[in-house]
Ligand binder design. Structure first.
Ligand code: CUA
Length: 310
């Protein structure tokens, strides 16, 4: 209920409107119940077995309690449809940042086609106080239906295989906004967390130009890098400028610029990185990354190498 973008604001207003109408209905119905309980309670000296007066059929009452709820329902439908159409058809401001978001079991692939950036689980977007910096999101799925939900920025939109959905957001202040998958999509549905990092346009540009670079370590071959490249990690993960070009898992080119591992399951710290690489099934049971059963030495080298991916 603390919206910070135009679509979420419209949705908050309609939520309050519906709440007001249903609140009045609640008060009237509950009031009548209590009034009836009080008015027709058994009074001293009354015959316990006496039946209350039975009333059958009243056209006025029946017509009234059919028509009034119908009217209320139509008002709610009309207002809701107007807000939904308004949010969906609103043309976003010019110069939008285009972002493609692909739901995977159980993480988010994030691409910036105009910048040639691929990252995961963290969406950086520009923010301006008047909401003039908008990001236009293309929502796709790589496997099953997911749902993209950032409560403070916009409503839910499904990510459906073989279908493109769209959404736009215009955060009004810099900050980190949390989101989640909102459609059950398998074992780790609850652990595909999203964070939107809204930044001033200058900070966003800076972030984007850093992300466009190759991995810092891509220039030099080190024993750590050689170890990583000799393992099957490269079949699933990509690191720009190296032989790792896998597409199944998250792009690791700038892994250390992200705040979490496993789509929000644990913080991105060296100790957690070791836990994750040793056996991803520990922190995130059921996820599709297997334990490679590395020896201690191999594990240290791989974790060192990943830690260099600034
Ligand atoms: Cu993806 Cu639930």
């Amino acid at each position: 209920m603390k919206p910070l973008a135009s679509p979420a604001e419209a949705e908050k207003n309609i939520a309050l409107f519906s709440f007001a109408i249903t609140g009045v209905i609640f008060v009237v119905v509950a009031g009548l119940i209590f009034f009836t309980l009080w008015k027709f309670r058994r009074k001293k000296g009354e015959d316990e077995l006496r039946e209350p007066a039975q009333v059958y059929g009243s056209n006025q009452i029946e017509v009234a309690w059919t028509i009034i709820p119908l009217l209320i329902v139509f008002i709610l439908i009309g207002v809701t449809a107007r807000v939904i159409a308004g949010v969906e058809n609103a043309s976003p401001p010019k110069d939008v940042t285009k972002i493609t978001i692909i739901g995977h079991q159980w993480w988010w692939e994030v691409k910036y086609p105009d910048y040639d950036i691929v990252t995961a689980n963290e969406i950086h977007v520009p923010a301006l106080p008047d909401g003039k910096a908008a990001s236009y999101l293309r929502l796709e799925s790589a496997d099953v239906i997911h749902s993209f939900w950032l409560p403070q920025l916009s409503g839910k939109t499904d990510l459906i295989p073989n279908r493109d959905n769209f959404m736009w957001i215009n955060p009004k202040e810099p900050g980190v906004y949390f989101g989640n998958c909102a459609e059950y999509c398998g074992t780790q549905h609850a652990n595909m967390l999203l964070r939107v990092v809204a930044q001033t346009p200058e900070d966003f540009k800076k972030w984007a130009s850093e992300q466009q670079q190759n991995a810092v370590s891509a220039a030099a071959m080190t024993p750590q890098r050689a170890e990583f490249e000799s393992l099957s990690c490269v079949n699933c993960h990509a690191i720009k400028g190296t032989v790792a070009i896998g597409k199944f898992g998250p792009d690791l080119t700038h892994l250390m610029s992200r705040q979490t591992l496993g789509a929000g399951v644990i913080d991105n710290t060296p100790a957690n990185m070791r836990i994750w690489v040793n056996n991803p099934q520990d922190p995130k049971p059921g996820c599709f990354m297997p334990s490679l059963k590395l020896t201690d030495t191999e594990l240290t080298q791989v974790v060192d190498y990943l830690g260099s991916l600034k």
